[in-house]
Design a protein around this ligand. Structure first.
Ligand code: SAM
Length: 230
């Protein structure tokens, strides 16, 4: 599964993973359980494989600086256009960098999205990244790529960086990914060497997922972890 697979999905409108609503775990752990609003501008949240996620808008509206990466140009442009956000675009090494025009949007914290390959990001971009929000990013990738993804995260993130990781677990014989099933054992295998891992909560969400039921699933466990780079 390479970047062309995803670019084609965006170009052909196969984006059922996009959620119009804000992720409830993000709203809980970075909203009511998060730091007070006055302290949030010090925090910069990396959103890997970000698509046109509205979670980025929520973060910026709630005072967090946002740094996304997404391979599809169409997705990045849609994020800014659909939310009516003026932006500037510049070339930055192997990526195109889209930056929210903060003069036009003084009520938002900074939003930067690197359009291009996550695996080509350089670690100097992560000096001031404090947090990562991973929803439908790790689980978008097949096993071999998940190993590369976790290793790349360990390479990029500074010690102390927190990650809120949302995974899905289901019987992989009932459905082909993406999204792929990622077990708790696998989360430990992928991350334990370089991250501390805390399981925060889990829930069977199959009754709320008619699309997944149509694809053959009988159970779908959503699990949320907090990882901290050692
Ligand atoms: C399942 S979607 C999830 C999008 C987003 N996290 C959300 O919650 O809506 C996975 C996204 O990763 C992007 N993607 C896949 N591989 C990538 C890569 N190597 N570099 C950057 N983006 C990538 C795809 O284009 C797609 O938008």
């Amino acid at each position: 599964m390479d970047i062309d697979f995803w670019v084609d999905r965006w170009n052909t409108g196969q984006t059922g993973f996009h959620q119009p609503k804000i992720n409830p775990y993000l709203a809980y752990f970075y909203g009511e359980k998060g730091p007070p609003p006055a302290q949030r501008e010090k925090l910069k949240v990396f959103v890997p494989l970000c698509g046109k996620s509205n979670d980025m808008l929520w973060l910026a509206q709630n005072g967090y600086r946002v740094f996304g990466v997404e391979c599809s140009d169409l997705a990045v442009q849609a994020f800014f256009q659909e939310n009516g956000i003026a932006c500037r675009v510049a070339s930055k090494d192997e990526h195109s960098l889209y930056v929210c025009d903060t003069e036009s949007h003084p009520d938002y914290a900074a939003i930067e999205i690197y359009q291009g390959d996550f695996f080509a990001l350089q670690s100097d971009l992560f000096d001031d990244v404090t947090d990562v929000f991973d929803r439908a990013s790790l689980i978008a990738l097949p096993l071999e790529m998940r190993r590369d993804y976790a290793a790349k995260m360990a390479e990029l993130l500074k010690p102390g960086t927190r990650t809120l990781l949302v995974t899905l677990t289901y019987d992989q014989d009932e459905m082909n990914g993406p999204p792929f099933s990622v077990s708790e054992e696998e989360v430990n295998e992928l991350y334990a060497e370089h991250f501390s891992i805390q399981k925060l909560c889990f829930k069977n969400i199959i009754d709320d997922e008619p699309r997944m039921q149509e694809r053959g699933l009988t159970s779908l466990i959503e699990t949320v972890y907090k990882l901290v780079r050692k």
